[in-house]
Design a protein around this ligand. Structure first.
Ligand SMILES: Nc1nc2c(c(=O)[nH]1)N[C@H]1C(S)=C(S)[C@@H](COP(=O)(O)OP(=O)(O)OC[C@H]3O[C@@H](n4cnc5c(N)ncnc54)[C@H](O)[C@@H]3O)O[C@H]1N2
Ligand code: MOO
Ligand SMILES: [Mg+2]
Length: 415
């Protein structure tokens, strides 16, 4: 009987999912096409960075000792023996009383230990030879980058599961990783269920709505690093839908359905889960919205039955599907992390279940605040686009009041 479902906590539901989250197979990609993907290998530095002693400024490579006592009135006079452009190797060592013009990023010549910026010097000539007047003392090592200052050769850089963002791409390139091994995108099959659903191209008809959850879920899947491998709208017809869903398990890495998981007469997903040829993990969670979020496993493929109500579908995805996808992509701690913020306004509606209220976060005078975006009902779609976080309201009690600290989960729809 679907009415007798056992509600479990969010944490317990996540715990039950864990053993069924399997790592994706991997593939090799050119770094250029690997943005946003997750590494399927550990990466170490193939050399020290920098791998030669280099200048950090355009100026003169000198021995700091030669500048001792230098001042505006009494500058140190050094003979300029060479110019060192970037990408070359200096031909002469710098001896005491000498300097070399050097460009930012060029290798420091032997004997030099310091670079004086051009702005602190004046070019001159003594006996027909080029000299430089340095008008200030500079401490040894100034404007010089030493070998391994950033990273030592063989140092660990990134572990499996690390997302390749701009900073990672830069280092991978610097260390010559032209190709990287990344996890294959999870192939996700999405089925929208309900006889009220119209194709996006259809004009509205009485009693019917366009299927918007598919496009929401497809966006969320892609945002999470997956790809949509199959899609169908399924009418509330159990046998036919069951067959389509089971067939998807042959090819998809993850299956999502939306709608039909509650207790309505035509909620056929609930029926399918009740008689699942596989393992039912949970079918009721002590949370709002999304209390009817259901999950199971068929042929070792995770199957999520998300609510049809858009707000509940969204929360179910963020709390359970997203961590599953992240886990499949090797992320070590895939579950959403919370931060604390001061609540702006009251959320007084109590509930026996944990509530996840759509909110918008902002910083004021260095403090984090969060404000409900309003229109928070499970069936309301219009406020999802306005929210960038979920405000967690613990069960029981009297809700939370203006100025109280609340826990917040970022969901980043906007930024
Ligand atoms: N007697 C009870 N009724 C309901 C309960 C309950 O506990 N007892 N729970 C309510 C809650 S809370 C939720 S959430 C919904 C869950 O409903 P289902 O998951 O079974 O979804 P449906 O009945 O199929 O549809 C609900 C709602 O969402 C619209 N919908 C469905 N699919 C889509 C789609 N792809 N795109 C846009 N909108 C969609 C659908 O038309 C309905 O309006 O149950 C409550 N009822
Ligand atoms: O299960 Mo409903 O999604 O609580 O709003
Ligand atoms: Mg229903």
């Amino acid at each position: 009987m679907k009415e007798n479902r056992q509600a479990i906590s969010v944490a317990e539901a996540q715990r039950r999912l864990e053993p069924h989250i399997r790592l994706q197979p991997s593939e090799c990609l050119e770094l250029q096409y690997a943005y946003g993907r997750r590494l399927a290998e550990d990466i170490a530095a193939t050399s020290s960075m920098p791998h030669f002693v280099k200048s950090g400024m355009d100026g003169f490579a000198v021995k700091a000792g030669d500048l001792r006592g230098a001042s505006f009135e009494n500058p140190a006079m050094l003979e300029v023996i060479q110019t060192i452009p970037c990408g070359t190797v200096p031909s002469l060592p710098v001896h005491s009383g000498q300097a070399s013009r050097i460009m930012t990023g060029a290798p420091l010549p032997d004997g030099a230990d310091t670079v004086v910026m051009f702005e602190m010097t004046e070019d001159c000539e003594i006996g027909g030879k080029p000299f430089v007047a340095v008008k200030k003392e500079v401490e040894e090592g100034r404007n010089v980058s030493f070998v391994g200052e950033e990273i030592q050769e063989n140092e660990f850089l990134f572990g499996t599961g690390q997302r390749i963002n701009a900073g990672q791409a830069s280092l991978l390139a610097a260390f010559g990783y032209d190709k990287v091994r990344v996890f294959k995108k999870p192939r996700v099959a999405i089925f929208s269920t309900g006889s009220e659903l119209l194709d996006i191209r259809s004009p509205l008809q009485p009693g019917k709505i366009r299927d918007s959850n598919f496009y929401m879920l497809s966006s969320l899947v892609q945002e999470a690093g997956g790809e949509v491998a199959a899609f169908a709208m399924l009418p509330d017809h159990k046998e036919q839908s069951e067959e389509t869903i089971y067939r998807a398990a042959d090819t998809a890495d993850l299956i999502l359905t939306t709608g039909g998981v509650s207790v309505g007469d035509y909620d056929m997903m609930a029926e399918i889960f009740n008689n699942l040829k596989g393992t039912l993990l949970f079918n009721k969670i002590a949370m709002r919205p999304g209390s009817v979020t259901t999950a199971g496993v068929i042929q070792s493929t995770l199957l999520f039955g998300l609510s049809g109500n858009p707000g509940a579908c969204f929360v179910g995805f963020k709390l359970f599907v997203l961590p599953a996808l992240y886990g499949m992509l090797g992320q070590k701690e895939p579950y959403p992390r919370t931060f604390s913020a001061y609540l702006k306004g009251d959320i007084t509606k109590g509930n026996a279940y944990t509530r996840f209220v759509r909110g918008k976060r902002y910083i004021r005078e260095g403090l984090a605040f969060v404000e409900p975006v309003g229109k928070d009902r499970s069936g309301v779609s219009v406020s999802i686009k306005d929210s960038d976080c979920l405000i967690l309201i613990p069960p029981g009690g009297r809700g939370k009041r203006d100025g109280e600290l609340v826990e917040v989960i970022p969901v980043d729809n906007i930024h």
